[in-house]
Design a protein around this ligand. Structure first.
Ligand SMILES: C[S@@+](CC[C@H](N)C(=O)[O-])C[C@H]1O[C@@H](n2cnc3c(N)ncnc32)[C@H](O)[C@@H]1O
Length: 448
């Protein structure tokens, strides 16, 4: 084989391997309910995928991300072109078609390449081989009818499962539900928190400095190769996630608990602010990441692996940050698999756990001490309702309202009660990919 021909055979092989890994990942996430971030890492480091170069790894991420962000539209589009569903034994066909459709409908990949790689995948699997003409026909038709199909779709509604849409319509109204869904279709920017000199780091990284002090950029390669990562000058943290720890104010020299601490973005903020931090989390594996992150950043904290519902500190704290486990529905921009792995049924039991944790945490504060309770959820049961209940339950407990000045002057992010409520459609910018914020709730309470 000439070297040119062997090069193009290598490229075709890599293209095929990337699509195969994308199909495997989609299968794990949507059929087995596994978390995308866990599956991505293990799939990209196993077997043939481990030989993929950075560009192909990025392609896998982009295909899977698009297939999940646009899952409703892709299912609708394929449904319009298929007379019947493939039999259950050929269920992998759904993922091969979804991977092909994601490229044809939404990505800058030539239709013929997407179709031929999907057909090659079907042919390679004995159970799917009988459907190779179906794959070919459906995906070719999709390319031909792309514009007509896309223009007839209600993208926001289709890409949001009913359980989430109904919750958001109820809590925020139909227009906001639509705004959130529009943001979820976009690959989010990378937000980072810097130890110091945001202006200098913004220049070095080509980032924007947000009003809240976080930096925002579109990275062009792996994050750990960016300037300043290895030397611990910054850490990855959504701009909304960076706000709750700041609400504890000047904590230098104080004894502060970071409850539900892993993977440690907020622990790093508290330690960088000079607090003596006790970081507690139930997951030893996730705490290992806290330790690694702190080591890279040259910061320290006492690390405690414990179930908070069964733990008592040796002495009360001056201040506490409780970032309770929650449905995480505010993070769909960064976790597009979440809506399709959950159904909302877990919210009731999570809310009960949050109530128990908040009650306990309040009892671990010194008199006059402050707690910031937060969740990365858009669901009022996990935010506003928790705080209302705590205020009712504990005589003398007071809300200390958040001032816009504490969060870069962004008054829209503060509720009438004085709590922080960030939404995916907040922080809009002329450049769509530089817009948006994770949905967070935070309230600051002072113990009598
Ligand atoms: C929202 S995450 C915390 C994120 C973290 N604060 C940060 O900023 O990086 C919630 C954490 O709660 C922990 N968790 C869940 N149930 C717990 C329990 N019963 N006791 C202690 N930690 C728990 C989980 O392991 C998870 O790390």
């Amino acid at each position: 084989m000439s070297s040119k021909r062997s090069q193009s055979a290598d490229l075709a092989q890599a293209g095929l391997a990337a699509r195969r890994v994308a199909v495997d990942i989609l299968e794990s996430v949507t059929d087995r309910g596994r978390r995308l971030e866990d599956v991505l890492e293990s799939a990209l480091n196993a077997g043939a995928a481990s030989a993929l170069i950075a560009k192909d790894r990025a392609l896998v991420r982009a295909i899977v991300g698009t297939a999940l962000r646009r899952k409703g539209q892709i299912t609708d589009a394929l449904g319009r072109l298929m007379k019947s569903r493939p039999p259950a034994k050929a269920h992998r066909l759904d993922h091969i078609l979804a991977v092909g459709a994601a490229q044809i409908l939404f990505m800058d990949v030539p239709d013929h390449a997407a179709v031929s790689l999907a057909v090659t995948q079907a042919v390679a699997e004995p159970r799917l081989r009988p459907f190779k003409n179906l794959v070919n026909g459906v995906l070719r038709n999709l390319g031909r009818q792309r514009d007509a199909i896309l223009s007839g779709q209600d993208a926001e509604r289709l890409n949001t499962p009913d359980w989430l849409w109904q919750r958001w319509e109820k809590a925020y109204g139909p227009e906001n539900a639509r705004r959130f869904a529009a943001m979820h279709a976009l690959e989010p920017s990378l937000d980072i928190t810097v130890r110091s000199d945001p202006g200098g780091w913004a220049e070095r990284l080509g980032a924007a400095v947000l009003p809240t002090g976080s930096l925002r950029l579109i990275p062009s390669g792996p994050i750990d190769r960016l300037d300043g990562f290895a030397e611990g000058a910054w850490w990855v943290q959504d701009a909304a996630a960076a706000l709750p720890a700041r609400l504890l104010g000047d904590i230098a020299g104080k004894r502060v608990a970071d409850l539900c601490a892993a993977p440690g973005g907020k622990t790093a903020q508290l330690a960088a602010a000079g607090a003596n931090v006790t970081a507690v989390d139930i997951s030893a594996a996730r705490l290992k990441r806290v330790e690694e992150n702190l080591a890279r950043l040259g910061l320290g904290a006492e690390i405690v692996a414990a179930d908070l519902t069964d733990w008592t500190p040796e002495a009360p704290f001056d201040a506490i940050l409780l970032d309770a486990p929650c449905s995480a529905t505010g993070t769909v921009r960064r976790h597009p698999d979440l809506p399709w792995r959950r159904s909302g049924t877990e919210i009731e039991s999570l809310a009960a756990l949050q109530a128990e944790m908040l009650r306990q945490a309040l009892s671990w504060l010194k008199p006059g001490g402050e707690i910031v309770y937060c969740t990365c959820s858009l669901e009022p049961e996990e935010g506003e309702a928790q705080v209302a209940r705590a205020l009712q339950e504990m005589p003398g407990l007071e809300r200390r309202p958040i001032e816009a000045g504490e969060i870069g002057g962004l008054a829209d992010l503060v509720t009438a009660d004085g709590d922080l409520r960030t939404l995916p459609c907040h922080l809009s910018s002329a450049e769509a990919r530089l817009s948006g914020l994770d949905g967070f709730f935070a309230a600051r309470l002072r113990r009598p």
